[in-house]
Design a protein around this ligand. Structure first.
Ligand SMILES: [Zn+2]
Length: 136
């Protein structure tokens, strides 16, 4: 069937922190897959024993939502690979709604800014081509 689920994904599942489609996919798979049930049991066992992954801890306490400027830098592609991985995990695997909303917001703002820049350039080009370039 589909790709095997990773332990961090199963932990997010246990925290009900996955997007609804992923939650449903795991539930489906659990019905038919002994291997996945065993894997989930192991993950649950570790949690009960007090071994928490970093991911589990921040999901429960929302400790490590990246800042808005980190998210902006992520969109501009100027973070290190580690930082990108972290944010990708945070948003795509754990499905943090707060950060997903921030990213949507930021990329809309970025698009608007890009458009403005393009129309600004067009205007300048037009002005210079008809000889009305303001003197500076
Ligand atoms: Zn977040």
């Amino acid at each position: 069937m589909s790709d095997p689920f990773t332990n961090p994904t199963l932990e997010a599942y246990l925290d009900e922190a996955l997007p609804p489609d992923d939650m449903a996919a795991i539930e489906d798979e659990l019905r038919t897959s002994d291997a996945l049930r065993e894997q989930l049991k192991a993950v649950t066992g570790r949690r009960d024993a007090g071994v928490h992954s970093l991911g589990g801890i921040w999901r429960r306490h929302r400790l490590s939502c990246p800042s808005r400027s980190d998210l902006g830098n992520y969109l501009m592609g100027i973070l290190t690979d580690d930082e990108c991985d972290y944010i990708r995990f945070h948003v795509e695997v754990a499905g943090c709604r707060v950060c997903t909303a921030s990213i949507a917001d930021l990329s809309a703002a970025q698009e608007a800014a890009d458009k403005e820049e393009v129309s600004g350039r067009r205007k300048k080009y037009f002005q210079s081509s008809v000889g009305h370039l303001p003197k500076e």
